[in-house]
Design a protein around this ligand. Structure first.
Ligand code: G3P
Length: 228
């Protein structure tokens, strides 16, 4: 499973990209607004920080303007993926941009039927929003299950399932078990995946015991080499 990070915060992206665990980035208009910065400037910087796909979302709602905005965003860098909304116009624009060679991430997916339409429109990615479904008392993970099952039953579908609106570690683990291709994680969720109290406790005990030996691995290596 690939991990994208769901943020437009350049410092966060730089920091997390250095872990070697980040395969791409997703943004949306709310995340761009949060930075208070110029969209094209931020997008250019993000595209320079990661080799993988960087999703940038259009703000238009009619197909013609979505295509024009998509072309402008795609011109920023070769790794830009244009995000279009799951509407009739969004899917019409998805078809056009895809035929021009620009990959499209169809966003705001809340049903398996919508995911089927996005695949037919040639989307490179479909983004089911699982946290927002959970928020209204529905079952976000059930949607991921339905889409992975549906896409798996239709061998001609090449659209990747990009699990979005991820709120916690178990969303990621469950999506991976279901065979989702990508999860886009808020930085806090990616950082949280490292955490386990027994890891902290175990490491503390190992280090305390090691200190008692009075040894140093690096100087020990040097001594060993000198003795050879
Ligand atoms: O970027 C799309 C999606 O991940 C947004 O998530 O947390 O605003 O529901 P959220």
């Amino acid at each position: 499973m690939k991990f994208f990070i769901d943020t437009a915060d350049v410092a966060e992206i730089r920091d997390l990209a250095a872990t070697g665990l980040v395969d791409g980035v997703t943004t949306n208009p709310s995340l761009i607004a949060k930075t208070g910065r110029d969209f094209f400037e931020v997008l250019g910087e993000i595209c320079g920080l990661v080799d993988g796909p960087v999703s940038a979302e259009v703000a238009a709602t009619d197909a013609e303007t979505i295509v024009a905005e998509g072309r402008a965003l795609a011109a920023v860098a070769p790794n830009v993926v244009v995000k279009t909304p799951l509407t009739p116009d969004g899917l019409k624009a998805c078809r056009t941009l895809t035929e021009e060679g620009t990959p499209v991430n169809v966003t705001l997916c809340f049903s398996a039927a919508q995911a089927l339409l996005a695949a037919k429109a040639g989307a490179a990615y479909i983004s089911p929003f699982i946290g927002r479904l959970d928020d209204i008392g529905a079952d976000g993970m059930q949607l991921v299950h339905d889409i992975t099952e549906l896409y798996g039953a239709q061998p001609e579908i090449e659209t990747q399932v990009l699990v979005a609106s991820v709120r916690h570690t178990m969303h990621v683990v469950d999506a991976a078990k279901m065979g989702a291709d990508v999860a886009t994680l808020p930085p806090k969720v990616l950082r949280g995946m490292f955490d386990h109290p027994l890891t902290d406790k175990g490491l503390e005990a190992f280090l305390a015991d090691w200190r008692k030996t009075g040894q140093s691995i690096l100087s020990g290596t040097a001594k060993g080499r000198a003795a050879e």
